[in-house]
Ligand binder design. Sequence first.
Ligand code: ATP
Ligand code: MG
Length: 491
Amino acid sequence: MHALTARGITKSYGGVTALAGADLTLRPGSVHALLGENGAGKSTLIKVITGAVAPDSGTLRLADTEVAFASTAQAATHGVAVVSQELNLFPDLDVLANLFPMREPIRRGLLDRREMLARAVPVLKQLGLDVDPRARLGSLSLAQRQLVEIAKALVVEPKVLILDEPTSALDTDSSERLLCILRVLRDRQVAVVFVSHILEEVMNLCDEITVLREGRTVLDAQPRSSLDIGDIVHAMLGQDLPTASRGAARRVGPRLELRGVSVPDRLSDVTLTCSGGEIVGLAGLAGSGHTAVLEVVAGLRRPVSGSVELPGGGTPSSFRAAIAAGVALVSGDRRRIGLMLDKPVWENIAQVHPVAMAGGRLLHPGPLRSTATSLAERVGMRPLDVEMRAGLLSGGNQQKVVLAKWLAADPSVLLLDDPTRGVDLGARAEVHALLRAVADAGRVVVLCSTDLDELVAACDRVVVFHKGKVCAELTDFDQHTILRTMNTGSL
Ligand SMILES: Nc1ncnc2c1ncn2[C@@H]1O[C@H](COP(=O)(O)OP(=O)(O)OP(=O)(O)O)[C@@H](O)[C@H]1O
Ligand SMILES: [Mg+2]
């Protein structure tokens, strides 16, 4: 018996075809990877299955009975739970209320909350999420909010659990804990669907693989053991992965310098030089100081001692001042500070540009649109339509717009915090090539990434942080060296 099947699902939005006859077959007791490039239709298929979006045509069967859920809440009552890609949480409510979104604890009184707590606490513990269930959701970090979204799906004890890129915001520890939980659920005969752009994770975890390309199923529930990474990439792209070409001429530009920088609870006496022309990776466990360096350089945090000197000479005394001085900060937390979702892509891309222009010259929409189009093309946005509202792009394509927006300012210091979160393999290689081109033009590029593969693939040098201090500078490194140094604080 199948846990759930989707057959011939189609869905269009105006002129955009998101799904063109997609199939998915899920079995109990199996972890199923749903793969495909950015915009292939993965999230849309999940939304159709879980009742968030009505398909144009196609059928769904749950345990061989035809179903059509009117909402994700209704799907959950039938044992189909989803962890969606863009978090669906209420920042002003507490963690507990977010875990039971269909209940109204205030009206139901204390007893209900007690019961909710009794169900929530073991799940939070299992996920290793050490927060007070009464904490306001908005006060949590992105990784913690991601874990709350996962906990919300687990408390319904689903028969079918669908996770849309659940690990893209998590550090290595939390990801591994989640993967363990998924294995346990599989042993309890749950059908698990897992969307990820990290193929290594997929190969370690999943039993079966379905690949979507342009809204169609091109690989249908194939056993993982019959496939290698090359087969999967080929199915995803319809061709093999292009090899990134390294820039030829390389300019050495002015430097970014931190001298003895301290920030309470974040950084202690950090000295660091990044030259224009190199890509410097910053690594560390969560809270070890590497991301605080980005905040200091971007003017979001003021050091209590030490100095920061930007390539142009000044110090970043505020975020605005830093932008005006040529600093750009690309964040993986695109919903929080990255994008205006209800505005067209070109307006998003044009957003920093006027700020970066000294003197405030009047800018006309025409040239802004055409600049936006060429930048969107450079980052490989699909569909290449800058009139589209940013919120309608697929997750990975939204991330490309955030990158394009900051490139528009032609920054002298490009700071990146998990810039390819949710970006597919092909586009990730394109983004890395783009970072190389920015560095080759003599700019300073500083990259924080929870994805160690990304640091190895993109960086010339990796500076490792431990408890707020620089503990090692690696010029010769692989994933294992970085991981060991991050954890032990020494080589
Ligand atoms: N509400 C909408 N209006 C218009 N187009 C949409 C809408 N929702 C999705 N799309 C389009 O449908 C296509 C498929 O998007 P979807 O989000 O399913 O991709 P995905 O495979 O999940 O990609 P990613 O890996 O980037 O998350 C994209 O071209 C997207 O822009
Ligand atoms: Mg998606």
